[in-house]
Design a protein around this ligand. Structure first.
Ligand code: ZN
Length: 292
């Protein structure tokens, strides 16, 4: 995601927000290398563990953030990294950056290629540059055999065309923070892609369509993510206006999705965690939260 969070620093979470998932969750998209986490990252990770979110995939959106994500993943068990170049930064793509990314993809902490993709909502890089950087990273995913962590905003039709052309060569791929329409969703599911859901579904103003669509995604294809510090869910029972989102709040997103699917939070947690462990080839995610 891209919108700038308001930088407010406060320790801990209000009591009303300390909500422990009944079973271990995997946050597949946490931007913990964002500056807003620099001051209290240890506490953020402890709170996540206390909420039963012990496994986090840290999103690497450019060279600097991917390298930081790898460093953090070395330091904490349960943390893993992705390494890629976000479509906003696609104009930076060159042979040197491709070499750096190829090396990062060999690190054992790196579990996916990305965040990469297309964002025609803002076009911070030109669409031509975005496609060039994205296709180069699809090539790196083929080379490394890693799954893909894909960002798509307002670019569904073009994304589908590109992924159709590459589908036989790439392995698993997740469209993270899915916010698109039903036709796009079915296009992705027809290509046997995975779908990441964030707190967007908790937003009654713009997430309404997702409440029906989430029922149509097989649980073997659905994963959950905060995309923190962005996208603070709007279903929180205590006011956190302008506050930073963090992995400890993932259970609130799971609660909302479980509600709209008509299943229990535990059923959804078990299913999405199993899907994430298989997708990212993680060791069992269950034990970490229990020891902390
Ligand atoms: Zn994104």
């Amino acid at each position: 995601m891209t919108s700038k969070p308001t930088a407010t620093f406060d320790d801990g979470l209000p009591e009303a927000l300390r909500f422990h998932s009944p079973t271990a969750l995997v946050d597949i998209g946490a931007n913990l290398t964002h500056d807003s986490f620099a001051r209290d990252l240890d506490a953020v990770i402890q709170r996540a563990r206390a909420a039963n979110v012990a496994t986090m995939i840290l999103t690497g959106t450019d060279r600097e953030h991917a390298e930081q994500a790898v460093t953090l993943a070395r330091r904490w068990p349960g943390l893993y990294a992705t390494a890629g170049v976000h479509p906003h930064d696609a104009s930076q793509w060159n042979a040197e950056l491709e070499r750096v990314m190829r090396d990062l993809h060999r690190e054992p902490e790196v579990v996916a290629v990305g965040e990469c993709g297309l964002d025609f909502n803002r076009n911070f890089s030109s669409p031509a540059d975005q496609e060039r950087a994205f296709e180069a990273q699809l090539g790196l995913a083929v080379e490394s055999g890693l799954p893909l962590f894909i960002h798509e905003r307002d670019a569904g039709p073009r994304m589908l065309e590109i992924l159709k052309a590459w589908r036989d060569d790439i392995g698993h791929a997740v469209i993270h923070c899915f916010t698109g329409d039903r036709a796009t969703l079915y296009g992705y599911l027809d290509l046997d892609l995975h779908i990441g859901f964030t707190g967007w579904i908790c937003d009654e103003r713009r997430g309404h369509h997702l409440r029906e669509q989430v029922n149509e995604i097989p649980l073997t294809r659905l994963m959950v993510e905060t995309d923190c510090p962005y996208l603070l869910p709007r279903n929180l029972p205590a006011k956190l206006k302008g506050r930073r989102h963090e992995p400890a709040l993932l259970p609130w997103i799971v609660r909302e999705i479980a509600h709209w699917r008509g299943i229990t939070e535990a059923e959804l947690a078990i299913a999405t965690t199993a899907t994430a462990c298989a997708f990212f080839r993680l060791p069992d995610a269950v034990h970490l939260a229990e020891d902390s």
